[in-house]
Design a protein around this ligand. Sequence first.
Ligand code: ATP
Ligand code: FE
Length: 335
Amino acid sequence: NFILAIESSCDDTSAAVLCNDKVLSNVVATQHIHEQYGGVVPELASRAHQQNIVPVVHQALAKANIDKKHLSAIAFTRGPGLMGSLLVGTSFAKSLALGLGIPLIEVNHMQAHILAHFIKDENQTSPSFPFLAMTLSGGHTQIVQVNANFDMEILGQTLDDAVGEAFDKSAKLLGLPYPGGPLIDKYAQEGNPKAFPFPKPKVDGLNFSFSGLKTSILYFVQKKVRENPRFIEENLNDICASIQFTILEILMDKLKLAVKQTGIKQITIGGGVAANSGIRARLKEAENSLGWKTYTPKFEYCTDNAAMIGIVGYLKFLEKDFAAQNIAAKARYTL
Ligand code: ATP
Ligand code: FE
């Protein structure tokens, strides 16, 4: 079975072709227009999707060397995401499925970040059920208990900012360009994580909060810059390492609590922040010290991509779980 998958929930237009659970192509057009605004501008995102969608789908089919006549189904991101962005992918997927006379499959983007682990690839191994999935992205921070492909329970999530936002907003306070997460990661590798201690929020249970951290970084930076205008540039590595360390401590504390509460020691991470070198190192460490088994997806399946939409499409295709032609995008769409 050949599945064409389309992702357009935020600021990446992506299309992929899968042959069953293997990825034949995964094309991503990242919209750089948002960088100058320091964040995604929804109106510009939907316009860019509109321009990108046809060429991106063409490229995905060409790279996979598959003619659209041979497609078995079309999977698309129904939500959650920006409505204007979702509408582009949704409408395109519906039209193409109608034109080709093949089934349409709706996919929850957050479920896809989790099920990306089931893409068959020599560079990644898949967990077995049940496992705990920590979703770390620009819009979400969740710990999910996954009992089966489509049996997921959210155990905890952020009450305010997502972890990706915590990275990006902290980076912005340091004058770094958007998205700053990868840059904090880069500078952190040369810095001392204990140089500047930031307080961890006190949140009960398995929920997260990151807005307080942002505020304490803001006050800290303002105070230091008043004393020394060159403070940020002179200490960039140490500041980034300290911010990253605090975020990782918050994440690891909650994961440990989730393992304690559920007795499940298989952990997966997904979402853009799963690309962070620090979280990857901490999980490796936990394999040795805590006996966990951890799984991190290949980098290209961490950030927004259509291959992860395609694997969910394939799993739903097997169950003949098809969508009706009158299906609508959903900006808010829980697991
Ligand atoms: P959602 O999936 O919730 O809709 P999104 O699609 O915007 O959100 P992703 O594309 O999954 O989010 O992830 C983007 C986020 O990942 C950004 O906040 C970015 O800064 C962050 N990120 C990417 N690489 C790294 C890294 N190495 N270290 C820290 N953060 C990173
Ligand atoms: Fe995402």
